[in-house]
Ligand binder design. Sequence first.
Ligand SMILES: C[S@@+](CC[C@H](N)C(=O)[O-])C[C@H]1O[C@@H](n2cnc3c(N)ncnc32)[C@H](O)[C@@H]1O
Length: 239
Amino acid sequence: MLELNGKDRSPSPEFSPFALTNEGLTALPVYKAAGDTALDFGGLLDDPVKLHEDLASGCGGQLWPAGMVLAKHMLRYHRDKLQHARILELGAGGGIVSLAVAKGVRPNSPLYMTDQPEMESLMKHNITLNALDGKVLPKILNWGEPLSADIVDFKPDTILAADCVYFEPAFPLLMQTLKDLLALCPSTTVYFCFMKRRRADMQFIKVAKKALQVTEVVDEDRAVFSRQGLFLYTFSSRK
Ligand SMILES: C[S@@+](CC[C@H](N)C(=O)[O-])C[C@H]1O[C@@H](n2cnc3c(N)ncnc32)[C@H](O)[C@@H]1O
């Protein structure tokens, strides 16, 4: 198992929305005060997601641009497939992607919203805020650590990950978790959206391409979000 020391395992390693600016290729979100937002993704949701944002627990406490793009993509293109899917989100932060999918699709199976322990209370808060208790299950999943028995039994076939590429020492941990999840179910698809902030971020995709089937995804908003440095891929096991 790959390991980081205690300092590096922080949910906001050397990171705040104020950091990473010297080498940044794309503007970072503005630091927001804690508060609630309602999001309907341009009318794709009849009942908007309510999101409490609070950076007190780490960078995941704020909504990130890749989360918006991924949630919108899933609602626009994958509603039917998601209905019957076994879904797990990695690095969920406040949980925007899981909450949007749970509200817009109402999947048959409960959906796992996962992140580090520091984000657990915000995940729970937002699940309750949207009356999704029991339908969205908050869960601690530290990248690089062995998967828990309930996730192994669940065998997710749809993995969602938004803005999980931002801290280079965590890249091998995230890659290990993706491989572990893909090994559980040969037909699993990972929907992976991130913002390129540093040149090193594309290294993650280079490494992924060596081990996995990596495909850049068609989306009618791609011209717009790619200008903002956002990339949307699927990963799957090599046939
Ligand atoms: C930039 S935030 C993105 C949050 C959300 N997905 C979004 O798009 O708004 C990255 C998330 O990854 C989580 N994360 C970072 N390192 C992690 C690790 N080693 N294991 C699990 N989660 C991690 C952070 O806690 C944070 O919530």
